[in-house]
Design a protein around this ligand. Structure first.
Ligand SMILES: [Zn+2]
Ligand SMILES: [Zn+2]
Length: 108
């Protein structure tokens, strides 16, 4: 049985691409072992991460790969009007559902 302060090794997961740490609702996630971190139900795959041997790819980077191969998953255009010096300017923007890329088109 363990008592008092004990130093324990935990596993944290960092994306091999962008270096982001895998985070849950309350911040950085740590796991008791690599096996636990790889668990499809409760490890990083449950957070949308992909494991390929030693390589980890976060959900954001997977989105980027998908988009460069398949094109963006654009959401609907939204029109935004702003008034500058009494003149109205309209532009429309849309956002990719996967990688959060944005496209802006000036209308007037
Ligand atoms: Zn990443
Ligand atoms: Zn995209």
């Amino acid at each position: 049985m363990k008592k008092g302060f004990v130093t324990e090794t935990v596993i944290a997961a960092y994306c091999s691409d962008c270096g982001d740490q895998c985070e849950g609702d309350t911040g950085g996630l740590v796991f008791a072992s690599v096996e636990a971190a790889s668990d499809p139900e409760s490890g990083v795959p449950a957070y949308g991460w992909e494991i390929d041997g030693d390589l980890l790819t976060c959900d954001n980077c997977q989105g980027r790969v998908d988009c460069s191969e398949r094109g963006h998953a654009w959401l609907d255009w939204r029109t935004i009007t702003t008034k500058v010096d009494g003149r109205e300017h309209a532009k429309r923007v849309r956002r990719c559902d996967r990688c959060w890329d944005r496209e802006v088109e000036v209308l007037s």
